[in-house]
Write a protein that binds this ligand. Sequence first.
Ligand SMILES: Cc1cc2nc3c(=O)[nH]c(=O)nc-3n(C[C@H](O)[C@H](O)[C@H](O)COP(=O)(O)O)c2cc1C
Length: 232
Amino acid sequence: MTSPAQPAADDPSPEGFPSSESGPTVAFDPRSLSAEEVYALLTHAVAPRPIAWVSTLSGDGRPNLAPYSYFNVGGQNPPSVVFSPNGGGGGREKDTLRNIRETGEYVINLASRAQAAAMNATAADLPHGQSEWDAAGLSPRPSAVVRPGRVAGSPFALECRLFQIVSHGSGAGAANYVIGEVVHAHVDRSLLNAAGELTSLDSRACGGLGRLGGDWYVDGRGDALFQLDRPG
Ligand SMILES: Cc1cc2nc3c(=O)[nH]c(=O)nc-3n(C[C@H](O)[C@H](O)[C@H](O)COP(=O)(O)O)c2cc1C
């Protein structure tokens, strides 16, 4: 464990001086932390995170499926989503990133609570070209406009075309922001009302699986949900 960095000057004690060891927060300079500590800091601070369960095909057509919780939506005109496969050890690229570079297509499936174990099983580090679909006992359903299949039983499946990959850093743990446009979507029929309106979706039924720090997850349909009125 790295010892805390010097208190930050913008973290005043009640007396108005920079905080001491007894202050309400402890300051860390990320540059002085180990890779494990930075990972622990970010994954506990930015939580819960939704999980993109990403289906791809290699350039020669072999299927791949893996979960990515460095994932979010950035806009809807056009519908735009981002996730980040990190650099692996020895400069190795994860299969999902490699496949998207080769094909420019992927499907982001959102996992339900019932799919948690299968989703986790697909995080196994299998040799390139060996399918996590088989290892997790899953079989793909055809997509509408992209070639990779989607996961049966997922409440939402977003068919995506690559817009841009933005890499930040290099080596193990470096970010590769994969920005994609959603070109087609599949929604579980049970989430829609009789008129099939997306604007009437019930958040209490839709809430996806979220990842926190370590091995902790949250079921987004649980008792933890609450509502807030927007000001104005
Ligand atoms: C819930 C969950 C979320 C994950 N999120 C990420 C992530 O955001 N970025 C990442 O690089 N790896 C993440 N991983 C690890 C990858 O899933 C793992 O490295 C996997 O083997 C990559 O598979 P691929 O090489 O077939 O793409 C996550 C694992 C789990 C279980």
